[in-house]
Each structure stands twice: as structure tokens, then as C-alpha cells.
Design a protein around this ligand. Structure first.
Ligand code: GTP
Ligand code: MG
Length: 195
């Protein structure tokens, strides 16, 4: 991924009070996939309301989050984020939620080496209607330093095998790189769709 090109505007900076800016509005549907307990819901909670839940319970089926982010050079982005429950027993439900997605985050837990067939499975799910759907690979739980089992080489090899747009390591506990994940995704979507 190249240089970071997005300029974020502070939330308190109201566009309605400032006639110099004519805000554009974008709506992006983004999927979040990955095996059970890798930290999908926890990452979305951190992103959307800034909280960390150490005892997050398994998502039943699919959950939905929404967040607006302002970028100075883009406009107002509404992110509709679909949290796909990772447990196998919900797999048959997921298909109904994939249509119309512009991008996907694929999460794995940095303390456990991901199984390649599981990654393939998720790639196939999120790309079922769009073979070119941009996928961002996200390693979670970076704060569990002593237990990290996935080296950068292995993760980058997964990223390259499936032509993903980038690989980012995160912690929902410390908050590191959580916003960056969405900034990189939005930047990719702006480029891809030539908005
Ligand atoms: N230390 C640490 N724990 C985390 C982190 N992210 C998630 N967890 C923990 O991992 C467990 C599973 O997190 P969830 O967010 O529920 O996992 P999920 O991917 O949504 O799981 P499903 O809903 O079953 O698909 C919870 O106990 C979280 O508190 C992190 O960054 N650091
Ligand atoms: Mg969940």
C-alpha cells in the first residue's frame, strides 16, 4: 500500500457552518469475515463506539454497524459494516448479506496460525458475487505480545496468494491501527470506483 492520502476532518468541524466546503456523501457496504473468536465484533465495537469488551460473546448470525467518517478531501463516508458471525453453524445464513458489498475485511487471530483452507473459505464467501472485491487482511490481538504466532512473512504470503489490498496488524484492546483499517479501505474504494 502506498502513502496514506486521506485527510481526516475532526468531527467537531461542522460543514454546515462553513460554506467553503460542499460535502459529498458516500455510502460503502463493508463485510467483516473471519473464523469465530478472531475478534470481529470487538474490533467493530472499538471502531464504532471506542469500547473494548474483554468478554465479547459469539455473534449469532449477522450483526450490523454503522459509522460516519469525514475526510477533508473526500467528503462524508457512511460505512455500513456487516459483521458475519464466524461460527460454522451460521455459514448458510451469510450468503444473503453479501450482495452489494464494496469491500471486505478478513480477520485472523495473530496468536494462532490461520488455516489456509479457512482463509480460502472466507475469500470465497465475500467474493461470491464479485471476484474482484477488495479484501483487506487484518491480524488481531497484537497486544497479546507473548503469544503472537504469526510472522509477517506468513501473513503477507496469504495476502499475496489471494490478491488482497493490504495487511494490517491491530489490537482492539490498545486501539492500534483500528481506524487505519477503515482509512485504507476507504482510500482503496475511492481509487477503485474513481469517485
Ligand atoms: N487481548 C485481546 N483480546 C481480544 C482482541 N480482540 C478480541 N479479543 C477477545 O477475543 C474474544 C472473541 O472476540 P469477538 O469479537 O467476540 O470475536 P468474533 O470474531 O466476533 O467471534 P464470532 O462472533 O463468534 O464470529 C473476546 O473475548 C474478545 O475480548 C484484542 O485485540 N486483544
Ligand atoms: Mg462476533
Amino acid at each position: 500500500m502506498g502513502v496514506f492520502l486521506l485527510f481526516k476532518r475532526h468531527r467537531t468541524y461542522s460543514s454546515t457552518n462553513n460554506t467553503r466546503y460542499r460535502m459529498r456523501n458516500f455510502v460503502f457496504k463493508i463485510l467483516v469475515g473471519g473464523d469465530g473468536a478472531v475478534g470481529k465484533t470487538t474490533l467493530l465495537r472499538k471502531f464504532v463506539d471506542g469500547t473494548f469488551d474483554a468478554s465479547s460473546i459469539a455473534t449469532v448470525g449477522v450483526d450490523f454497524f454503522i459509522k460516519q467518517v469525514m475526510y477533508e478531501n473526500i467528503g462524508n463516508c457512511t460505512l455500513q459494516i456487516w459483521d458475519l458471525g464466524g461460527q460454522e453453524r451460521f455459514r448458510h445464513l451469510l450468503e444473503a448479506f453479501i450482495m452489494g458489498a464494496k469491500g471486505a475485511l478478513l480477520l485472523f487471530d495473530l496468536t494462532t496460525m490461520p488455516k489456509i483452507d479457512h482463509i480460502l473459505n472466507w475469500v470465497n464467501i465475500v467474493r461470491m458475487h464479485d471476484l474482484d472485491l477488495p479484501i483487506l487482511l487484518v491480524g488481531t490481538k497484537l497486544d497479546l505480545e507473548e503469544f503472537i504466532a504469526v510472522d509477517d512473512e506468513s501473513a503477507k504470503s496469504i495476502k499475496n496468494t489471494f490478491h488482497m489490498i493490504d495487511y494490517i496488524k491491530t489490537s482492539s484492546k490498545t486501539g492500534i491501527n483500528i481506524e487505519k483499517v477503515f482509512d485504507v479501505m476507504v482510500e482503496e474504494l475511492m481509487k477503485k470506483h474513481k469517485y
